[in-house]
Design a protein around this ligand. Structure first.
Ligand code: ADP
Ligand code: AMP
Length: 213
């Protein structure tokens, strides 16, 4: 089963994908996480991607499509978190899956107004060591600035700073939002009100994913 998580930055896609991976065994494929790892290691992909990410722009489609070709597992449940983000990426995914005799099962739209997104992004903190997600108000660590799981230090992502957030929202509206119509026409899109709490969203999501109808 292949499920796409679509929605603006900060809507809670990564949080829910991590829960689905822990509780239901889905493979969590986050293009953002793979790119950040590549940036950290200064691989050729990381060096190219960094300039786009720092500006809040999308990394070119050709790089992202090659990355998905490399990381998409052959078997098992997969959550695609943060991919596709353009029509060209969605079309490339479709042909990749067609070639393997597979198709996309469901697209989940994490719908959220801008105020909620800005609140989520400005308070997001990430463990610099294991990548666990926190929020200063909604999911604070037990000890200030320290990861509950591994003791790593918590940091704010560079692109969560105010100047870049505005650009990322603009990019989402222009380049990614057209995917809602693209998938609506295929009748595989399900909307979630992403302003709800983590556990409430998880149970709605679980219901959608388990429903075969
Ligand atoms: P995305 O992957 O869509 O960019 P994240 O999952 O990283 O979003 O969530 C953004 C921030 O909002 C994080 O700090 C996270 O802890 C917090 N968060 C995620 N889901 C919720 C929720 N349902 N309610 C409150 N805060 C949330
Ligand atoms: P995310 O972690 O999903 O918020 O992504 C962080 C950044 O990585 C984005 O702002 C983009 O610069 C880049 N990125 C992640 N996924 C994609 C994608 N599918 N297409 C293009 N750029 C991406």
């Amino acid at each position: 089963m292949i499920v796409v998580f679509l929605g603006p930055p900060g809507a809670g896609k990564g949080t829910q994908a991590k829960l689905l991976s822990q509780r239901m065994g889905f493979y969590h494929l986050s293009t953002g996480d793979i790119l950040r790892e590549a940036v950290k290691k200064q691989t050729p992909l990381g060096i190219k991607a960094k300039e786009y990410m720092d500006r809040g722009e999308l990394v070119p489609d050709s790089l992202i499509i090659a990355l998905i070709e490399e990381y998409l597992p052959e078997k098992g449940g997969v959550i695609l978190d943060g991919f596709p983000r353009t029509i060209a990426q969605a079309e490339a995914l479709e042909s990749m899956l067609n070639a393997k005799g597979k198709k996309l099962s469901k697209v989940i739209l994490f719908d959220s107004p801008d105020e909620a997104i800005i609140d989520r992004l400005s308070g997001r903190r990430v463990c610099s060591s294991c990548g666990a997600l926190y929020h200063v108000k909604y999911n604070p660590p037990k000890k200030d600035e320290i990861c509950d799981f591994c003791g790593g230090s918590l940091v704010q992502r560079e692109d969560d700073k105010e100047a870049v957030v505005e650009k990322r929202l603009e990019v989402y509206r222009k380049q990614t939002e057209p995917l809602i119509d693209f998938y609506r026409k295929k009748n595989i899109i399900y909307r979630l009100d992403a302003t709800k709490g983590v556990e409430e969203l998880f149970s709605e999501l679980e219901g959608i994913i388990k429903d075969d109808g």
